[in-house]
Each structure stands twice: as structure tokens, then as C-alpha cells.
Design a protein around this ligand. Structure first.
Ligand code: ADP
Length: 537
């Protein structure tokens, strides 16, 4: 039988850096060079005489029979195999087989050359793995992800910048039609299933086009800011905005665009969108509930103040009837004194105005309406709140001292709600002081303009103060130490003050005297609010 390899050939193959081995048609190895020893970890001594297939045990799904058939038909075969080494390791190899024939053309053996591609294969596997993971993430997240082709916009931007436009943000504000054009030029290359569910009509292909249909006019500056930020090499842009679906619904969403260097070099921007509609609806429902709660609490305060209100109305009413009787008497005289009658009538008008003021104040408090922020002078609100509580203060013989800073900036808040807070805090102070029999009752209210621009309001009383165990719990709903208390006053005060961007703190006096010291800090109305034209009446 003809040997598949000659001695001379073996000597040449020994010089190869690649693995070369020769086997006969039954698979028995006749030659095994030293590069094969290194690659497969089998010595030539052990390999020669062994069956190649048994020695190298192919792994994976490749079908060696198919390779054999091709080899016999064409005389050669090349491909990739995954084999096992002597120590059980795995080697990915790129293999070439060529068929040797004898003089009559009958196949006598196969020469195989192979080299190690394990490292490259490992990288490929990792890439596939990471691509798979990325795909999974891309698809499985309950967020909408889009891959956008930005190349056309990039080219137009270069032309725009070359034409001398420097302040892009202002330029885009002045030229919304250019932003619109760029939106038309930005194309969706890929998007996940969630995006199709959120924005589309179930058809993914329909969405692989321009991003323009998803941007209502009111939101296009968000896109313009993305462009500006990407050019300024910001890594991303995050904003809450409104986008629209293909069937015309508007969604409130958190929009993020990511401008990684690698993607930007390829003209690609990634965007992520989280639908906030449910959260927005929940927040709105919560706001309605808070408004209703605040309203209920106001009504309850008015309930507590009924006696004072009645007293406040009765006083001018009494005066009115006294002036009316006096007027009548002047009229009934044989010689009516019209001057006196006129004076009595004028007094009636001004007393009626007093009654009207009280009624208007109570009605404003009692009416249920959504909060309306205005620019308001806090000192005036404090004085108004003291009018509400005047009778209570008098009844409990509380001496009130005001130290209201002049030229304080205004705050931006709902006037009635801040009044409600002040009335609540003053009433709490009066009720606390009423617990101290016969003691001097003093309420000190001070406003100051702090160095950081905020406004501080101190409400200091001479009551018993707050016990240490209670300090932590004062803002808990329904926490009360009063027999008929509801425990909702302070939690509502806090939510009102925080909604106005401020803070409320309750502590005991720090001047060594007994009593509570409540501080409200509120931000001053910014130039924006002032221009926005809140009313300050
Ligand atoms: P309520 O007045 O219905 O009790 P609040 O939430 O207004 O509800 O007050 C909760 C508790 O805080 C009061 O019951 C009282 O114990 C305490 N508190 C509030 N203000 C003062 C104060 N000025 N001095 C002492 N304790 C106070």
C-alpha cells in the first residue's frame, strides 16, 4: 500500500510553523509535526498510529462526514473545527485538508494543516454574547429605545456653523422651521418592541423613517437642545417633555439622548424614552386630593373660628343699628339735623364695609378652588391672618408683637393657602398658651430677609413648648395632643410650604424661655415669576 507521505515531505513539514499531520483514509495518523504537538498537546510518539478523529475529538455541531464527502469529491476541504487537546482543553482551529492520491488516482491519505484561531473565536463569542445581551436588554426593558441616524443633520450643521452662526440655541429658537427640517432629516434605524407599542400602531416597519411625526411643536426645542449638547460634547441630554404617538396622542415622558463618541463618529444617536403618563395622572390625582384635604382643614379652622367671626360681624352690625337709630332720632326732630344724619349714614357705610371685608375674607378661605400661585407680600398675609385670629387672641389675652422686616421681597405662593398656614400656626400657639393658666401670653412674629435671599418667618409663643418625644412626630398625620384635635394642621402646613419651595421647622425656643419657635423659610419670587405677572392684591 502506498504511504500517504514520503520521508522528504515529512522533513519539509517539520519546518512548518503551522500544525501539519498526515492520516490515511482510515484516519490513522502517519505524521505529526512539532507544531501539532504544541497545538494539540499530544507528542508525535503518541499521535502517530492513533486514529485522528478519536485523538482530536471534535466538539460542537460540525458534521465531519460532510467534510469527508467534499474532500473526496473536490480533493480538498477547508473549514473551522473545534477540537479537544490532550489535557481536555478546547482549540478552535482553521483547517485545510488536501487529498493525496497514488499513481492510479486512488486516494491514499489526507494532509491537514491547521492553525489556532481560539483567541479570535473567543472575541467573536463574546461579541455575539454581548450583542445578545444588548438585544435582550434593548427588547426586554419597559422603556422605549431608538437608534437614530443623524448623518444628514450632521452635514447640514457643518454648513450652518461654517456660515458663521455661533449661538445655536438662540438660532434654533428664532428658526423653529430649521429644527423641524432637522427632525425630518433624522431617521429611525432601529427601535425596540416597547417603542412600537408606545408610539406606533403595531407596525415596526412603519416607524423606520423620520422622527418628525413624534415631535409636537411645543417640544421641538428639546430636540434643538440635544443638538447643541451633542456639539458641546455633553455625554447626554435628559428632559421631561411631551412626544406624540402615530395616532396623535400626546405622552408626557422622560426623554434621554446619549451622544457617545463612538456613535457620534458613526452619525448615530441613541435615545431612551420612559412614558410618565401614569405618574403624571397619579400626581394630578394626588394634587386634587391635597387640595381637597387643605380645603377640609380650612373649613375645620373656620369652624374653630366661628365664634370670632360672629363676633367680628356682630360688632359692626351693632354699630350699624346704633348709627341708624341715632340718624332716625336726628331726622325725627322737629328741626332735623341733616348734618348729623349724614354723619350717621357715613358711619353706617363704613361699618357695612367692615362687615363686608370680614365676609369676603371668610368666603375666600371657605371657597374650594385649585391653588393659584401669585406673587405676594408675606407681611401683608401675616397681618391678614392676625385679623382672622384677632378675637381668639383677645379672648385669651395674648399680647402680639410684630417685627416685620421692611422692603422684604415678595414670595410666590397661593395667598389663601399661606394665610391658612399662618392662621393654623397662630391658633396652635394660642391653644398652647391657653394651657398655661394666668401666665403672661406673648406671641412674637418676626420676618427677616436671610443672606441666601430666602425669607424667614418666626412664630414664637410663650406656651409650654413641645416635649422631646413629640418633636419627631409633629408632622405625622393625625398626631395630636389635644382632646378635640385632628392632627392634620401641621402636615397640611408642611405640604403647603413645601409646594411653595419652602421649609417648616418646629422647635423649642432657644432663648432660655419656655415656648415653641416655628420657622418658615420661603424662597423669594424670582424675576421669572415677577415677569409672569402674579397679582399681589
Ligand atoms: P392639632 O392642632 O389638631 O392637634 P396640628 O397638626 O396642628 O394638629 O398639631 C399637632 C400637635 O403639635 C398638637 O396637638 C400639639 O401637641 C403640637 N403643637 C403644635 N403647635 C404647637 C405649639 N405652638 N406649642 C406646643 N405644641 C404645639
Amino acid at each position: 500500500m502506498t504511504k500517504p507521505i514520503t520521508r522528504a515531505e515529512a522533513e519539509v513539514f517539520e519546518l512548518f510553523h503551522e500544525s501539519v499531520f498526515v492520516r490515511d483514509m482510515q484516519g490513522q495518523i502517519h505524521f505529526w509535526n512539532s507544531a501539532s504537538e504544541t497545538l494539540y498537546e499530544w507528542s508525535s510518539q503518541l499521535a502517530v498510529g492513533s486514529n485522528a478523529r478519536a485523538l482530536l475529538q471534535c466538539q460542537g455541531t460540525g458534521r465531519p462526514e460532510a467534510a469527508d464527502a467534499k474532500l473526496l469529491a473536490d480533493g480538498h476541504w477547508r473549514g473551522e473545527l473545534c477540537r479537544t487537546t490532550a489535557s481536555g482543553g478546547r482549540r478552535d482551529v482553521n483547517v485545510r485538508w488536501s487529498l493525496r492520491r497514488d499513481a492510479s488516482g486512488a486516494p491514499v491519505g489526507i494532509i491537514e494543516t491547521s492553525h489556532d484561531i481560539s483567541a479570535a473565536k473567543e472575541i467573536e463569542r463574546r461579541l455575539i454574547d454581548s450583542e445578545y445581551r444588548y438585544r435582550n436588554l434593548f427588547q426586554a426593558m419597559a422603556a422605549s429605545f431608538w437608534e437614530l441616524d443623524f448623518t444628514k443633520v450632521g452635514a447640514k450643521l457643518r454648513v450652518l456653523l461654517d456660515s458663521g452662526v455661533e449661538d445655536l440655541e438662540t438660532y434654533f429658537q428664532d428658526h423653529p422651521e430649521v429644527v423641524r427640517e432637522y427632525l425630518r432629516d433624522t431617521r429611525v434605524i432601529d427601535l425596540n418592541d416597547h417603542s412600537v407599542r408606545l408610539f406606533g400602531r403595531g407596525n415596526r416597519e412603519e416607524m423606520l423613517g423620520s422622527v418628525d411625526p413624534y415631535w409636537p411643536d411645543a417640544s421641538i426645542q428639546v430636540y434643538a437642545r440635544c443638538i447643541v449638547k451633542s456639539l458641546a460634547r455633553h455625554p447626554n441630554n435628559i428632559e421631561v417633555t411631551r412626544l406624540q404617538t402615530l395616532d396623535g396622542r400626546e405622552l408626557e415622558c422622560l426623554f434621554t439622548a446619549c451622544f457617545s463618541k463612538e456613535n457620534m463618529a458613526r452619525g448615530i444617536i441613541l435615545i431612551g424614552i420612559i412614558d410618565l403618563s401614569e405618574q403624571v395622572a397619579a400626581r394630578q390625582a394626588l394634587e386634587v386630593m391635597q387640595t381637597e384635604l387643605a380645603h377640609a382643614a380650612r373649613i375645620s379652622i373656620l369652624g374653630e373660628l366661628t365664634a370670632s367671626i360672629t363676633h367680628e360681624i356682630n360688632q359692626p352690625l351693632g354699630a350699624i343699628s346704633a348709627y341708624a337709630e341715632a340718624g332716625l332720632r336726628w331726622l325725627r326732630r322737629p328741626d332735623p339735623d341733616l348734618k348729623e344724619v349724614e354723619m350717621a349714614l357715613q358711619s353706617i357705610v363704613s361699618e357695612a364695609k367692615r362687615t363686608d371685608d370680614v365676609i369676603t375674607r371668610v368666603r375666600n378661605m371657605a371657597v374650594r378652588r385649585a391653588p393659584a400661585e401669585c406673587v405676594i407680600p408675606i407681611n401683608d398675609v401675616i397681618r391678614e391672618s392676625l385679623q382672622f385670629t384677632r378675637h381668639q387672641l383677645q379672648k385669651h389675652r395674648v399680647r402680639v408683637e410684630l417685627e416685620l422686616a421692611s422692603s422684604l421681597p415678595d414670595i410666590k405662593a397661593d395667598r389663601v393657602l399661606i394665610q391658612q398656614v399662618m392662621v393654623n400656626l397662630v391658633m396652635n400657639a394660642v391653644q398652647a398658651m391657653a394651657l398655661k393658666e394666668n401666665a403672661g401670653r406673648e406671641l412674637f412674629i418676626q420676618t427677616t430677609h436671610l443672606l441666601d435671599g430666602k425669607i424667614a418667618v418666626h412664630i414664637v409663643d410663650s406656651g409650654p413648648g413641645i416635649s422631646e418625644d413629640h418633636l419627631e412626630r409633629l408632622f405625622e398625620s393625625f398626631f395630636t395632643t389635644k382632646a378635640t384635635g385632628m392632627g392634620m394642621g401641621l402636615p397640611i402646613c408642611r405640604s403647603i410650604i413645601e409646594a411653595a419651595g419652602g421649609e417648616i421647622k418646629l422647635a423649642n425656643r432657644s432663648d432660655g424661655q419656655q415656648g415653641a419657635d416655628i420657622v418658615l423659610t420661603l424662597p423669594e419670587a424670582t424675576a421669572d415669576c415677577l415677569m409672569g405677572g402674579g397679582n399681589s392684591v
